[in-house]
Write a protein that binds this ligand. Structure first.
Ligand SMILES: C[S@@+](CC[C@H](N)C(=O)[O-])C[C@H]1O[C@@H](n2cnc3c(N)ncnc32)[C@H](O)[C@@H]1O
Length: 262
């Protein structure tokens, strides 16, 4: 099989991040909570596409799902095999391409991905492939960077200067994501967002960064948000009253939808 040159880029990313985080810090708890709130995952066949480090899949495996993780980076697959062994969970690790997955139609009850769809210029084609491998009534869970954030600004500048690690990446407003998913024959069941200040993790000066973290932690407690989200302390979910409002989905760092195959 010839290797996609992009997979080399991801190999380097995962090689450089080897062992830089604990399993808990890699878990996307908001996304997982949305899924487990609606779906009893026990005994379900789940697929994570572009699974990276696979912490969310390890979590689902612990909850009793039968989990397959697919990634085209051999370094990611190597690390996921090791993680599964260390944690004592079952993950069926498959090195493969998300554009043409090596699974028969209707193989899975749940397909999900986090930080993945934004890497494709034709996301509808990727979602169609996921539609194929889902059984009718199966669930699709997607989590992507939200459009109106400082992360987007920083990314656009880096892409223009040709210094963005993956060369190119896009982002979605919640409306765009819902429209895209609906156009691929899925019914959106839940929309959600998380991370209010995570964009600022890119501040390079340690002093300013520390100051922002203190401000962000203050904002978080004012809003009554609890718990950790994503890999950094700065990326707090908006919860409380504000978190219930639709407009919050235009302020957060990441948005997601849970949808069902029609
Ligand atoms: C941002 S990472 C996902 C991180 C993951 N959510 C985690 O928690 O570790 C995106 C992943 O998608 C994978 N990927 C990108 N394009 C792919 C493709 N065409 N087929 C399979 N995997 C792909 C990359 O190798 C990378 O591991």
């Amino acid at each position: 099989m010839s290797r996609d040159p992009q997979s080399d880029t991801w190999d380097k990313v995962w090689e450089s991040r080897k062992g830089d985080s604990t399993e808990m810090a890699m878990l996307h708890d908001r996304m997982m909570a949305v899924l487990t709130d609606v779906v009893d995952v026990k005994g379900k066949a789940a697929l994570e596409v572009g699974a990276g480090r696979g912490a969310d899949s390890a979590h689902l495996s612990r909850l009793g799902a039968t989990v397959t993780v697919l990634d085209f980076s051999s370094e990611s697959c190597k690390q996921m095999r090791k993680t599964a062994e260390q944690l004592g969970v079952d993950l069926n690790v498959v090195e493969g391409d998300a554009t043409a997955m090596p699974f028969p139609a209707g193989s899975f009850d749940i397909v999900f991905h986090q930080g993945f769809l934004e890497h494709f210029e034709d996301p509808a084609a990727i979602l169609s492939e996921q539609y194929r491998v889902l059984r009718p009534g199966g669930y699709l869970l997607i989590d992507v960077p939200q459009k109106y954030t400082l992360y987007t600004l920083r990314k656009k500048i880096a892409i223009m200067r040709k210094t963005w690690f993956g060369g190119w990446e896009t982002q979605f407003s919640i409306g765009q994501l819902e429209k895209l998913v609906s156009s691929c024959n899925f019914k959106v069941i839940r929309s959600y967002g998380w991370g209010f200040t995570g964009s600022f993790v890119f501040l390079r000066r340690p002093g300013i960064r520390r100051m922002w973290i203190r401000v962000a932690q203050g904002l978080r407690s004012v809003r009554g948000a609890g718990g950790r989200s994503e890999a950094t302390d700065e990326a707090a979910p908006i919860t409380g009253t504000m978190g219930q409002k639709r407009y919050a989905l235009w302020l957060v760092d990441n948005v997601g939808v849970l949808a069902q195959k029609k």
